[in-house]
Design a protein around this ligand. Structure first.
Ligand SMILES: *Cc1c(COP(=O)(O)O)cnc(C)c1O
Length: 392
């Protein structure tokens, strides 16, 4: 099959919900991909922050094969070792108390929203169910997580949306306090807004927000779907902000390319969701859990340190580029946003980079780089050389 045949087949029989780039991808190795015609690309996307340990990682593939041959699925009615081991590994490395596993970021956020409302119901009864989220955030595509998403463009078509969400401005504690009408149970935020444009929260805001939540007994919910699992140079971004959230959701990078999401809760919240209150048929499936355990194994401390160094290297090289089309970089670890200057669009810049053999993402008005965490110096240099040569 060639590119045009694939495009025709895709357009004939798939819902056209995605504005796809005019590129197909056939296979990959490390942070390098090839299309159907054999053309090579350097990858600064990792499938939107998912393929954290690179394409074709042999340890990851072997773990999946071994678990598939042993037990592919069993349901959560039975104990299974990969599930328990993964929960243990995540808690030991994050300081959290307990884990729940599902299949996606949106599902993980639904879980922590349920957690917050039940925590508050158990303690205070009805009427304290509002969750404050931030403008410009992104929390998912289900009706509830669309409602939680603080961007008007997402609040269209699918009416009615959920009750019980109010929006505050990022990095503005007064704006958060202004949403308090005595009915709040939690605040939900991304520590680096991903889809919004790779915008890190200010340390002072996060520290003050954590104190406010503690004072009001609001749960502090951190959406680490994009920032989590090593992306920012620590297992979770909250570890670098020096806070312990009541719950943190994760998904994208956790299983290195298999669908998995979930959330961690602290000691205070470990018994909130008791038997019968929450479930997911595929959640913590043995194959996904085995893949995730291998991802955590690969992302040991030296590898996470290297994520910080690689991010600093990419940003220094990008900031040193003298280009009319781009401005300064921002971000944490290997979650990098690059400002796009007036007169240029991120979509057009991304398309020209792809034509030249470098895959990048867009977010808000910016370019967004989420390379595999295991990307090599040679691959980074090859991608940077394409940026140097292609961007005006
Ligand atoms: C991608 C993303 C989600 C949604 O994850 P899905 O797996 O697509 O449901 C939620 N929150 C954040 C911060 C994300 O980046």
């Amino acid at each position: 099959m060639d590119h045009e045949q694939l495009k025709a087949l895709d357009q004939a029989h798939t819902l056209q919900t995605y504005g796809r780039f005019d590129v197909d991808i056939d296979h990959g190795q490390g942070a390098t991909l090839w299309d159907l015609s054999g053309r090579k690309y350097i990858d600064f996307t990792s499938g939107i922050g998912v393929c954290s340990v690179g394409y074709g990682n042999p340890r990851w593939a072997q773990a999946i094969y071994d678990q598939a041959m042993k037990l592919g699925h069993i349901s959560n009615l039975f104990y299974s070792q990969p599930y328990a081991e993964l929960a243990d590994a995540l808690c030991v490395r994050s300081g959290m108390a307990a884990a729940f596993f599902g299949n996606s970021g949106a599902e993980a956020n639904e879980g922590i929203i349920k957690l917050a409302r039940k925590y508050s119901f158990d303690k205070y009864g009805q009427g304290r169910s509002t969750i404050i989220t931030l403008n410009n955030s992104f929390h998912g595509r289900t009706i509830t997580t669309l409602t939680a998403t603080g961007q008007e463009v997402f609040h269209q078509y699918f009416f009615p949306f959920m009750e019980g969400f109010r929006y505050a401005d990022a990095n503005d504690l007064e704006s958060v306090k202004a949403q308090d009408q005595g009915d709040v149970c939690a605040v939900l935020l991304e520590l680096v807004q991903g889809e919004g444009g790779v915008l890190p929260m200010e340390q002072a805001f996060v520290t003050a927000l954590a104190a406010l939540c503690a004072e009001k007994d609001w749960l502090l919910l951190v959406d680490e779907v994009q920032t989590g699992i090593g992306r920012t140079g620590s297992l979770f971004a909250f570890q670098q902000y020096g806070i312990t959230p009541d719950a943190a959701s994760f998904a994208k990078g956790i299983a290195g390319g298999l669908p998995m999401g979930g959330f961690l809760v602290n000691e205070k919240c470990r018994d909130v969701l008791g038997p019968g209150t929450h479930a997911s048929t595929f959640g913590g499936n043995p194959i996904c859990s085995a893949a995730a355990l291998t991802v955590l194994d690969i992302l040991d401390e030296p590898t996470l340190e290297a994520v910080k160094e690689k991010g600093a290297y990419l940003r220094a090289r990008i900031d040193a580029m003298d280009k009319k089309s781009i401005g300064k970089s921002r971000g944490m670890g290997l979650m990098i946003g690059v400002a796009v200057q007036d007169g240029y669009t991120n979509k057009a810049l991304a398309a020209s980079l792809m034509d030249a053999g470098l895959l990048v993402l867009t977010a808000g008005p910016a370019l967004r780089l989420l390379p595999p965490l295991t990307i090599t110096k040679e691959e980074m240099d090859a991608g940077l050389a394409i940026m140097e040569k292609t961007l005006v």
